[in-house]
Design a protein around this ligand. Sequence first.
Ligand SMILES: NC(=O)c1ccc[n+]([C@@H]2O[C@H](COP(=O)([O-])OP(=O)(O)OC[C@H]3O[C@@H](n4cnc5c(N)ncnc54)[C@H](OP(=O)(O)O)[C@@H]3O)[C@@H](O)[C@H]2O)c1
Length: 342
Amino acid sequence: MINRQIVLASHPQGVPLPSDFACVEAAVPSPSTGQMLVRNLYFSLEAAIRGWLDGKANYFEPIPLGGAIRGPSVAQIIESKLDGFEVGDIIFGLHHWEDYSLSDANTVLLSKLSPKAGIPLSYYSGGLGGSGQTAYVGLHEIGKIAPSDTVVISAAAGATGSMACQIAKLCGCRVVGIVGSDEKARLITNTLGADAAVNYKAVDDLAQAVAAACPEGVDVYFDNVGGRTLDAVLTCMNAFGRVIGCGMISDYNDPDNPTPIYNLWKIVEKELTMRGFLLYSYMDKVPEAMEQLHAWVEQGEITVLENITEGLPNAGRAYSDMMKGATVGKNLVRVDTEHDAC
Ligand SMILES: NC(=O)c1ccc[n+]([C@@H]2O[C@H](COP(=O)([O-])OP(=O)(O)OC[C@H]3O[C@@H](n4cnc5c(N)ncnc54)[C@H](OP(=O)(O)O)[C@@H]3O)[C@@H](O)[C@H]2O)c1
């Protein structure tokens, strides 16, 4: 058996290029006591991975040159020496971009999945995985959304944003999405139920455009992008508004030059709460999120948007496309189980 791995070939300069990644072949590892060998099926492409490619400390260790890229996957156990995990079980956890990984009780985000009949397995990497859970936990635990709140969501056609739009709408909020194209604007209003959309690339004054789309002001801002979008939305917040610090993707490709934020005074003036969060600190909230998300998906209340790239060797290209903003929905790589070498 060949274990193909996607490794870091060079530190990206700006948006990652497919050539920053390389496919190499390694031995299939053997599990020791307390470990299991899993076959990766779907990799979830995460914006956060970008922060691990620069060789600098982030909230995880940086990935060294030549090291396998770290990323969450849905995987199937093919050998187990870990109590409670059986051969054939489907799990989720932070592994490496490779065919076969070792996993154990300390694997970040490790959970055993109980995929429901009729629901595509891929959903457990996105809408019913980290993206949906992040959207749900962020809106409820940090944003404290209430019916009739006006909720603004950036990167609203993306994995997290598309779920946040629909969850906020189902909770009775007025939803305004900020996106990077007119096509994405149409998608979030026509398919995801957003009440309005702002294409930040097509307006001269983003603050004015957000204000026009939110005549009653903004109660909750679900921030996926930071930078000038955050700066603009701060000027539109209502008193006692909440800013959910989910991510700041607009600075990920150039982390040494973060965009200045000029409107922080609004936090005082409007008595705002701005709070960041990482999903893995809220794992106790995930069962509730999963129950509700499953119900909505099964009832057809939520559309899970996916962009699936076929084949592990194409993971680098898929990641580059995602970080360019060229895609919508959850970006996944389906690992080709029938293959030759790299
Ligand atoms: N806190 C947590 O636990 C947690 C968990 C998961 C994800 N996140 C964060 O959530 C955010 C979204 O991640 P995701 O995985 O769901 O990715 P995603 O939204 O599916 O994909 C990234 C999107 O970001 C937008 N974008 C890229 N560069 C941008 C820029 N310079 N300015 C504005 N928008 C830009 C693009 O959409 P446009 O075309 O609309 O610009 C792109 O499609 C990221 O910041 C990520 O770090 C946080």
